[in-house]
Structures are given as structure tokens and as C-alpha cells.
Design a protein. Structure first.
Length: 351
């Protein structure tokens, strides 16, 4: 069992693709500890807590409290993770993370940060992000770096991702701006496809040189074939319920604040009947996807993404379909090149 805690809606950045409204809502001490209590009583011997925002490090002291409070459940192994813009990371917090089974993913758009990742006054934060990336990797060398690409920065995607690898990042994930208003069209997707090809060439060159860099978008598609398993399993509302700042519980982050999808709160618990009803409703595969050769290698079962794009859990947007097909095409080409160049190393990498 895992839960996501939205510690605050506030952020110290104003990224131009962000869907948050930056409302001044913060989770209280009582709500956060009630969430840990609930998780401890409905979870298993291993439980996961994800800290989100806004920017979760604006509530740094509350993170410390949650981790300290969880220690009263000695029979449960808690794992923690957080996605952060990193600007508030420091040696103290990274030492704390190292000592408490706490993984950190950093949002950093590489050189694209000059365009879309900005402070409230419009200044870009690239120099500060680079400094924090270096600091994070000194503590967590395998930390994920999360990159967002928008239509206006699609032409910079490969330069950004490759630049992050050259700065020492070993694991990078690229996600398109998922807002329905983002403005993805055929030209922007074609540009992004060209950029993915350049990223694949770089990953291949590093593979030949014996240096492992992992571009998650390709890795998950290749592993899905090698291990004969779906690359994504949604399990809406069961895999990682979302706890909003006020303690309300929703199936996932995209449903936050939507009354029809509320499944309980941290003080009264989860409404199991409603949870099961929503989960059952998410299982129907989009009719458009049935029979597609890429069905098990796509995120078409992600009810959250579908809802965000289409307002329905069982519909896939044309943009998401185009993105998934493009990633799979480049991933397969890369895998074939690796296998042909060094079958043994390729098998080891994807096993």
C-alpha cells in the first residue's frame, strides 16, 4: 500500500506548463499524522509514502514529523519518496533522506528550463537547478531526473536530456506537457520524434562505450517485451491513493478536488465500496485501443491521464496515442541496435 500526500499547493516556481493554481493551502500536522496512521492500519508490512505539492519542501518540517511519527510502527517498513524542484534541497535534508530510506526525484528540464521553469518574477532558475542536481547526485547517484517538454521547447528536448546525462544523471524520464491546452499538433510531435531519435543515438553510443545511462521512456517499453509483461498497470485507487491537503482521499492526483471521485478521508478511512466502484470503472480498455499491437506497451490503462485529457477514464487522447507510438518506435529501433552490437550486454541490461 502506498499513499501520496499533497503537503501544499504552493510553490517557489511558476513553471509555465504547471496545472497548479498555487493556492495557499497547506496540510496540517494533524492531517499528515492521521494519514500515516491510516496507512499503517490498512497497509502491509511494507508501506510507501510519497510527498508532493506544489513544492513539498516548503513543508520540510512536516516531512520530518511524518518520518519520525512512522517509527512508532516498528513492524512496518516505510519507504519514502518525493518529487521536488530541488531548489530547497540542502545537506541536512539529503543526510536525513540517506538515513531514512528516502528517494528523491528532481524536476529539471535541462536547457529547456530557461524557457518554462521560472521564478515568480520571470527569471529562469537553470543555474540554481544545476547546482542542486550536482548536490543531489552526490548523495543519490541513481536519482531520477524528471523532464517536462512543451510544444515551445520540443526542439530542445535532446539537448536537454543529453545535457543532464553529461552532468551525471543516470536516469532520466521525459514527459510531455499533459494539459489539454498545451497545444501539441502534428508539427510539434514530429519535432519531438526527431529529438527522441537523437536521444536514442546518444544512449546507444554510451552503451557501446560501456557506460549505462537509462532513458526511462525507452527502458520501460523494451523491458515490457523482454519480460512479457505490461509496461504499466494502473490499479486506480488501490496502488497509490492521493491524500489532498485537507485530508480528503481520491483515487489519484488527477482526481483531486473532484467530489464525485472522493473515496474518503484520513480521519474516517476509505469508503471501500466507492473505491471498488471507481476501480471497476477504470478497468474497461478504451475501445479505440482494442486489438492494437501496442496495447500492452502503452499507458492506455492510465485512468488518470485519460481523465485529464478527455474527461473520461476509458478514452485515450490522440496526443497521448501519438506520443506512445513514437516512444515505442524509437525504443524498438534502439533495442535492435543494442542486441545486434552486443547481445550479451543487451540481455543483461534488460533482464
Amino acid at each position: 500500500m502506498n499513499i501520496s500526500l499533497i503537503l501544499t499547493k504552493q510553490c517557489n516556481l511558476r513553471c509555465r506548463y504547471c496545472f497548479e493554481m498555487h493556492e495557499d493551502h497547506r496540510m496540517t500536522h494533524e492531517t499528515a499524522l492521521a494519514a500515516i496512521d491510516l496507512l499503517a492500519h490498512i497497509g502491509d508490512r511494507q508501506c510507501g509514502v510519497s510527498f508532493f505539492g506544489g513544492e513539498p519542501l516548503l513543508q520540510k518540517e512536516l516531512i520530518y514529523e511524518c518520518v519520525a511519527y512512522a517509527r512508532q510502527f516498528p513492524d512496518i517498513r516505510f519507504r519514502y519518496n518525493m518529487t521536488t524542484n530541488g531548489l530547497l534541497l540542502d545537506e541536512e535534508f539529503l543526510t536525513f533522506a540517506r538515513d531514512n530510506n528516502f528517494l528523491i526525484a528532481l524536476s529539471h528540464d535541462g536547457c529547456m528550463s530557461r524557457v518554462n521553469r521560472v521564478y515568480a518574477d520571470g527569471r529562469n532558475c537553470l543555474a540554481a537547478l544545476d547546482e542542486k542536481l550536482s548536490l543531489l547526485l552526490s548523495y543519490q547517484p541513481h536519482a531520477f531526473v524528471m523532464v517536462t517538454v512543451a510544444p515551445n521547447t520540443a526542439h530542445l528536448a535532446s539537448e536537454s536530456v543529453i545535457g543532464l546525462f553529461r552532468q551525471g544523471a543516470g536516469r532520466v524520464n521525459l514527459a510531455p506537457d499533459e494539459r489539454p491546452c498545451a497545444g501539441w499538433d502534428g508539427d510539434a510531435m514530429e519535432t519531438l520524434s526527431e529529438q527522441l531519435g537523437r536521444i536514442a543515438d546518444y544512449v546507444y553510443s554510451e552503451f557501446l562505450a560501456g557506460r549505462d545511462v537509462f532513458f526511462n521512456n525507452f527502458e520501460e517499453k523494451i523491458v515490457a517485451v523482454v519480460k512479457n509483461r505490461p509496461c504499466h498497470v494502473c490499479r486506480l485507487g488501490k496502488r497509490k491513493p492521493y491524500v489532498d491537503w485537507d485530508g480528503s482521499i481520491y483515487p489519484c492526483i488527477q482526481f483531486g478536488g473532484v467530489a464525485d471521485y472522493r473515496i474518503g478521508d484520513v480521519f474516517q478511512g476509505i469508503d471501500k465500496a466507492r473505491q471498488e466502484e471507481i476501480y471497476a470503472g477504470s478497468l474497461a480498455k478504451p475501445a479505440f485501443c482494442q486489438g492494437c499491437a501496442f496495447e500492452t506497451r502503452c499507458v492506455n490503462d492510465c485512468a488518470c491521464l485519460n481523465y485529464q485529457h478527455c474527461g473520461q477514464m476509458n478514452e485515450v487522447s490522440p496526443m497521448q496515442c501519438a506520443w506512445q507510438r513514437t516512444v515505442i518506435r524509437h525504443a524498438d529501433k534502439l533495442a535492435r541496435r543494442m542486441i545486434e552490437a552486443d547481445p550479451q550486454c543487451a540481455a543483461k541490461r534488460f533482464s
